[in-house]
Design a protein around this ligand. Structure first.
Ligand code: ATP
Ligand code: MG
Length: 440
């Protein structure tokens, strides 16, 4: 992408409305724009990051055996009346009427709809387990939308829903998502700690919030500090192995970790003092086993091996991609801007032409741009006629992991400078070596 032809509206000034660093940087880097309170457009640079985040989420959902579909944002109120949640949901639900005066709503979540899809076609235990997910916009009329897309009214969610014959089978489905979440957040460059969450009227232990430690987080959390170094399940994890996944779950729930709602002071104090971590955190995912809570009122049942009908045991599993993007920035930035983990960076490399219009600089940049693009890299080529200082500031702000800098003096020697955004280390090398670093 040539910057001169791209749309990346950088802000020079710090936006006054932004209270936390991720919001400030997303606005300054031209990633998002607020359209009305808590409702955002994702501008091209932001959209690239969001797409990469979603690709990783999707990859790990698929690996764990979940199947993608797409459900609509607008739902009929009828389904919610069946489950009893239409009245219970309160003011967070945006309720609308169509031209026939039929009550509709903008979905805040999809348990009812997916249960309806399930009951319309699955009749036998032989079709289980089943886990269906989508990545879709949701709307919740939050009392206090804030921090940009961290807590917005319209936001994106990956929500998966599992269906099983028995509680035991549902626990395995839960463990699959548990392991998939550990892998997902790790690939996003984050350390997320599963913490026990409130299960409400269902009871039991099967609800976890995945929390990233960050000073600007809205949740107060307490955990054992060893979680910070726990191993992440590898890519060859066998998701069909009941024992294997149970072992992962057991390990990751063996030490104390809870948010303030579930905090047990006495249990926390039993952790040796030097191992206690009390901090603030951002909830980026939430998984939940809720048994027949929706299948019963909505009549979602299958025939079991015993020939009888059974209400299915369900779970739901949410991740917030539009919250994850600012969460990644909270975890990875410096005074000059964002530092993207390579896995979600909007571009792999930015080529900076320090003197656009200078034949040697232009030729060198074009050569590098073409070679890296051909090698399948996402390259941003800063071919604008801005001052070098402005270009450096922009490159640092938008956080692309590697900068290739072509200035007249180096280029005259057949060389360029390669800068690592994270460490700031600069290295002078031949043009060929710079290209090979990515192509090889
Ligand atoms: P919170 O406690 O932060 O309000 P929640 O518990 O209501 O979130 P869930 O219903 O568990 O959220 O939703 C699953 C995921 O969706 C959350 O873990 C979070 O990543 C994301 N999410 C929820 N609400 C919002 C929001 N208002 N803006 C952005 N992302 C959100
Ligand atoms: Mg939650």
């Amino acid at each position: 992408m040539r910057l001169s032809r791209y749309f990346m509206p950088i802000l020079k000034e710090n936006p006054k409305e932004a209270e936390i660093v991720s919001h400030r940087l997303m606005l300054r880097a031209g990633m998002i724009r607020q359209q009305s309170q808590g409702i955002y457009s994702w501008l091209p640079l932001g959209k690239r990051v969001l797409d990469k985040v979603n690709a990783i989420i999707r990859d790990e959902q698929n690996r764990a055996g979940a199947i993608e579909l797409s459900m609509p944002t607008l739902q009929s109120a009828e389904l919610w009346q069946e489950s009893g949640r239409y009245d219970a949901y309160g003011k967070e639900m945006l309720r609308i009427k169509d031209r026939q005066d039929r009550p509709m709503l903008y979905g805040p979540t999809n348990e009812e709809m997916v249960t309806d899809i399930f009951r319309s076609s699955v009749k036998s235990y032989k079709d289980l387990p089943l886990n269906l997910y989508h990545i879709q916009l949701k709307f919740r009329d939050e009392i206090r939308p804030r921090f940009g897309t961290m807590r917005s009214r319209e936001f994106m969610m990956k929500d998966a829903y599992s269906f099983d014959l028995t509680r035991e089978a549902a626990e395995h489905s839960y463990n699959k998502m548990f392991a998939a979440y550990l892998r997902t957040f790790d690939r996003l460059g984050l350390r997320a700690i599963p913490m026990r969450a409130d299960t409400g009227p269902i009871g039991g232990k099967l609800s976890h919030e995945f929390i990233i430690l960050a000073d600007t987080g809205e949740s107060e959390v307490f955990c054992h500090k060893d979680f910070v170094d726990f191993d992440i399940p590898g890519e060859h994890t066998d998701f069909d192995s009941v024992e294997g996944l149970q072992a992962i779950f057991d390990k990751w729930t063996s030490l104390y970790a809870a948010t303030s709602e579930m905090h047990d002071e006495a249990a926390f104090n039993a952790v040796p003092e030097g191992d206690r971590l009390s901090a603030r955190g951002i909830e980026v995912g939430h998984i939940f086993y809720f048994g027949p809570k929706y299948s019963e009122p909505m009549g979602a049942k299958v025939q079991g091996p015993d020939g009888k009908e059974h209400f299915v045991h369900m779970g739901s599993y949410g991740i917030g991609p539009t919250r994850l993007v600012p969460a990644i920035i909270e975890a990875s930035h410096d005074d000059n801007g964002i530092i993207w983990p390579a896995s979600v960076a909007p571009f792999d490399v930015v080529v900076i032409n320090m003197k656009a219009g200078d034949q040697a600089c232009d030729d060198t940049c074009e050569l590098i741009y073409a070679a890296l693009s051909k090698a399948g890299k996402d390259v941003l080529y800063d071919d604008t006629d801005d001052r070098a200082g402005t270009k450096f500031a922009t490159a640092d702000l938008i956080g692309v992991p590697v900068q290739i800098i072509a200035g007249p003096r180096a280029v005259a020697n057949g060389e360029v400078e390669v800068k690592d955004r994270k460490t700031g280390a600069r290295e002078t090398m031949t043009i060929e070596a710079a290209i090979n670093r990515f192509v090889a």
